[in-house]
Design a protein around this ligand. Sequence first.
Ligand code: 6PG
Length: 225
Amino acid sequence: MNLRIFDSVDDLLHAAARTLQQRVEGGARTIAISGGSTPKPLYEQLGRSDAMRAMPITWVVVDERYVPIDDPQSNAGMIQATLFAGGIPAGQRFLRFQTELGDPARTAAEFEREWKAAGIAGLDVVLLGMGDDGHTASLFPGTDALAVEDRIATAVHVARLDSWRVTLTRPVLRAAGLRMVLAAGEKKGPVLEQVRAGADLPIAAVTRGVETWWFVDRAAASNAA
Ligand code: 6PG
């Protein structure tokens, strides 16, 4: 496991920003980014970077909660308010899940259509989070979405949350050039330890055996059960 442990969340986010910038300088052009709370300041920082704004990047949302884009729960809404606070730069594209279609399966199919129409061959980098239950993207333990192999994106009903999500699928996330997992806070400790011990969790199904850099703060690393 390629684990980098940082003293603070701030240090972790700065390191993640540096890695992303280096990858872009090295030619990465298609980058998938997650929602959740951890990466928000990172997106704010990237959104203020003239160097990043000048690059011809296609940004892709990793997964989405099935809510309107102006709902505080919306991942695309959060990304628009942070990474694209200054608007989407002229040379960049933003591929998101259109929850306004009102039908999760249609939204996933439309996302896949747009992905193909944009000529996306695969992801260069994908930024992932990890839930306390071991989910990543919207691939939750025990859901059918984990077994989807023949699509770019899928809808998934998450019983635990009693809600629909849409998400990139496991093979797409595994095929990316690099996975960066950001995990901060003591609540992530036990699940991080389980992953390190070989537990069969969604985050492991997406990262095991493929190049993955873990960006973890001391709180998550030292409170492992
Ligand atoms: C989402 C996600 C999800 C997230 C993790 C970690 O929409 O919720 O994309 O997979 O990355 O739940 O979230 P935190 O950063 O809030 O801990």
